[in-house]
Structure formats: structure tokens, C-alpha cells
Design a protein around this ligand. Structure first.
Ligand SMILES: [Zn+2]
Length: 311
């Protein structure tokens, strides 16, 4: 992941700095090629910047022309870079991010679909490849979130997955009185297998989890139960930290999105996780997101929809 070292410290400072296309393109090029241009076709680093096309390089090795946005999440976007940058800055650094509707109004975009796709593409970049699993003492539990749309398919799963509700599992690193990083995931069902799959993907094998005494919580991969840590029966008392995260998540989902659609739930959870895990260093969250965007393969509207559908 490429990270550009400096970042604006406020929205005002951001707007003063990134007010034109050239500035944004220069910053994006530095995020994409921190050690200088590298041809995505042949790997050659010798290239010329074309005067006839903005921010486009011609490889000395194979002759291929590559724009600074080609092959990235910004591929073939008709939106100005200033729009991408503004959206990325607000989504990465502002405590509540921004909804597509708010973004459309703020930037006076032509349609809601354009704003939604911009947000959806940036959201797709919010999972860093190879991100480290949670470690140390990890608290986890499940919760339910209410679906926003009445048109969403209603599931009839057994257990606690009620009609019109979505199951979410979360885990948080407990570092004394502080919280470390979190992970959140939509659960397809209430089975122990689904829970264990989340833990295997999100929690390091050496992690320790407070025991809950509830079926399906013990013996998951990556979990060494410690029965001495907590013994309360009420979930929010036994696992107050992860339920505090759930509480913040639900307030955010309601206040910004007026509830969440089932098909896009996972991508919204990843957006929440991205900001939460960078809450102590919001300044770095913006260049990190741009670095991820520059390294992310292109995503079309159809792909963005289907990614949401399968998440
Ligand atoms: Zn080349």
C-alpha cells in the first residue's frame, strides 16, 4: 500500500490545497508510484509524461500510455479528481463520513447514482489487502441490525435471525481501558460455523477471548478461552466493549443512512471499521485511502452492485 506522507489537517486546509486537477493528479501519482512511475504492462520505470494528454505517461520500454488513473478505482471516471479527493477526504477523516445523498448535495453532482457509485467505489477500497488480524485480548459478540427497506427479501432463518433483521458479528481488541482495532461482518446465519469462519478470518490464532459460556462461542479457531476474565450473563454487560461498538454502529447507520440495506451491509460495515481503526490518526486516513484507491482494480457500477449483493 502506498502512503503519501503529508495530509491536510482540516477540511478547510484540504479545500485550500486540493482545489485543482493538477494538484490532485500530482498527489495521486505520488500515492500510486511512490518511487516513481512503473509501467503496469512491462514494469519499466523509464517513461515520458505526454504533453498532449493530462497526467499520462508513455513507457520507454513497451510504448504503452498510462494515465495516472488508468487501472485504478478511478479508471474511466468522468468526475474531476477534485470531486474524488473531496469525497475520499470526507469519508476517511470525518467522524461520520457522508451519505451519497449528502455528497450529491455538497458537490452538486448530477445524479444520486453518480454520488452513490463514487461512495461505493471508495468503500471497496477500505479493506487493505493483507490487513493484520486482531490480536491480544479480543472481545466479540453478535448483534442484530434492522433492514432499511421493506422491499428487501425477508429471511426465514432459524435462531435469532428475525424477519427484517440482519445479523452482525463484531470483535474488538481490548487494550486495558482502551479499545484497539475492530472487525465487523454480516453473518449469513446464526450457526457456530459462520461465527467460527469470521473468527478464523479476523482474529489471530494467538488471541484470547473472554469466555461467554454460550454455545458456539468456545472452541472457534483463533480463540483461547479465558474463563477468568468475565462471567456476567447479560451480553452487553459481559462484553461491554463490543456492544459499545455496536451501539455506535447503529447510531451511525440510522443518522447517516437511515438504516442499511441488506445487500450492501458488508461494505458499510467496512467503512465504519476503516474510520474506527484510524480514529486516533485521522490525518493518515486520507492518504491511506488514496493509496488503496490507486492500488485497487477498476470497479464498474454493475460490479459495485454485485459486490454489495454478495457481501
Ligand atoms: Zn511498459
Amino acid at each position: 500500500m502506498a502512503i503519501v506522507p503529508d495530509s491536510p489537517r482540516s477540511l478547510t486546509e484540504f479545500e485550500q490545497r486540493f482545489g485543482d486537477e493538477d494538484t490532485c493528479a500530482e498527489y495521486l501519482a505520488a500515492a500510486r508510484w511512490p518511487d516513481g512511475f512503473v509501467c503496469p504492462c512491462c514494469g519499466d520505470s523509464k517513461a515520458w509524461r505526454l504533453e498532449s494528454k493530462p497526467w499520462t505517461y508513455e513507457c520507454a520500454g513497451c510504448g504503452r500510455q498510462t494515465s495516472v488513473t488508468a487501472g485504478t478505482i478511478l479508471h474511466h471516471s468522468k468526475l474531476p479528481l477534485t470531486t474524488w479527493f473531496w469525497a475520499a477526504y470526507v469519508m476517511a477523516t470525518q467522524p461520520n463520513g457522508i451519505s451519497a445523498l449528502q455528497l450529491q448535495r455538497e458537490l452538486r453532482l448530477g445524479s444520486y447514482k453518480t454520488a452513490w457509485l463514487l461512495c461505493a467505489k471508495l468503500r471497496q477500497c477500505m479493506v487493505a489487502p493483507g490487513r493484520a488480524p486482531l490480536s491480544g485480548l479480543v472481545e466479540f459478540d453478535k448483534t442484530e441490525m434492522i433492514c432499511r427497506s421493506k422491499n428487501d427479501p425477508v429471511t426465514c432463518d432459524v435462531g435469532r435471525n428475525h424477519h427484517g433483521k440482519m445479523l452482525v458479528v463484531g470483535a474488538v481488541e481490548v487494550q486495558g481501558l482502551r479499545l484497539g482495532r475492530i472487525r465487523l461482518s454480516a453473518l449469513p446465519d446464526d450457526s457456530a460455523a459462520s461465527l467460527h469462519a469470521f473468527l478464523a478470518a479476523s482474529v489471530a490464532p494467538s488471541a484470547t477471548a473472554p469466555a461467554s459460556g454460550e454455545a458456539g462461542y468456545s472452541g472457534g479457531p483463533g480463540i483461547n478461552d479465558d474463563p477468568h476474565v468475565m462471567g456476567a450473563t447479560a451480553a452487553d454487560k459481559a462484553r461491554p466493549r463490543v456492544h459499545g461498538v455496536f451501539s455506535d454502529l447503529k447510531v451511525w447507520a440510522l443518522s447517516v443512512y437511515h438504516g442499511m440495506r441488506r445487500k450492501h451491509l458488508q461494505s458499510y460495515l467496512e467503512e465504519f471499521v476503516y474510520r474506527f481503526n484510524r480514529r486516533r490518526d485521522r490525518q493518515a486516513a486520507f492518504p491511506a485511502l488514496l493509496g488503496l484507491a490507486a492500488a485497487h482494480r477498476p470497479v464498474t457500477y454493475d460490479i459495485a452492485i454485485s459486490l454489495g449483493a454478495t457481501a
